[in-house]
Ligand binder design. Sequence first.
Ligand SMILES: Nc1ncnc2c1ncn2[C@@H]1O[C@H](COP(=O)(O)OP(=O)(O)OP(=O)(O)O)[C@@H](O)[C@H]1O
Length: 256
Amino acid sequence: MIEVKNIKKSFDGVEILKGISTTFEKGKTSLVIGQSGSGKTVFLKSLLGLFTPEEGSIFFDGKEYEKLSTAEKRHLRTEMGMVFQGSALFDSMTVSENVMFPLRMFTNQSVSEMQDRVDFVLKRVNLVDAHHKFPAETSGGMQKRVAIARAIVMNPKYLFCDEPNSGLDPKTAIVIDNLIQEITDEYNITTVINTHDMNSVMEIGEKIVFLKDGYKAWEGTNKEIFKTNNESVSDFVYSSDLFKKVRQVYLRELEG
Ligand SMILES: Nc1ncnc2c1ncn2[C@@H]1O[C@H](COP(=O)(O)OP(=O)(O)OP(=O)(O)O)[C@@H](O)[C@H]1O
């Protein structure tokens, strides 16, 4: 579980995060949504420890990040998996070598132990014949699977994904969303996803945190988002006519 208490972060005197508090639960897929520039990436990087908020605290399973020693912080980092926007695979390494990279960096496992773990996670993301391929020889959807395999190879407690669907067709995007949700549930991970994708919100938004201009403007579930009267949320989520219609049908069904 991650608890965020009133974090504030500024750059060059401009406040970007203006006091955000929320919680992300274990075994749940939580989404952070909001317009471009609302502070989602700064927020995610603050959770990852890449930015240090000037105020507020972040607790990982009860432990306050800023109070940890350097060694404890380093250990906590090994418990965090990250899926970057655009997958961020190493072009010159095979799929297998990409996934093995964190094990080589952070563990003393033997090559055969590492290979077993790589085989296991690649199988888990349904990639069985891709070990020796280079990223350029695989599709965008496969690259996301490799990025997810690499993010979970260390068996993380926390998984952070920045726009995991960017660049994917809608069908593949749903498969990737569902894969992240299944893995989160199966391994009881605390997962936080930054997204623009309204399909993701509807499909896997067990908890949604809506950021606006550096504030948390709303939070709730994908069911609650249909019913909310919060204007900022409605303007953002229902800016497309298709989603407006989906919402009307859903509300009508609720009334009926
Ligand atoms: N390292 C930095 N230095 C200075 N300003 C920054 C830095 N990182 C982000 N910002 C500013 O913080 C604001 C929020 O940016 P952020 O990237 O968090 O938005 P976002 O919601 O993730 O947008 P998008 O959906 O487009 O990725 C922007 O105005 C951005 O210019």
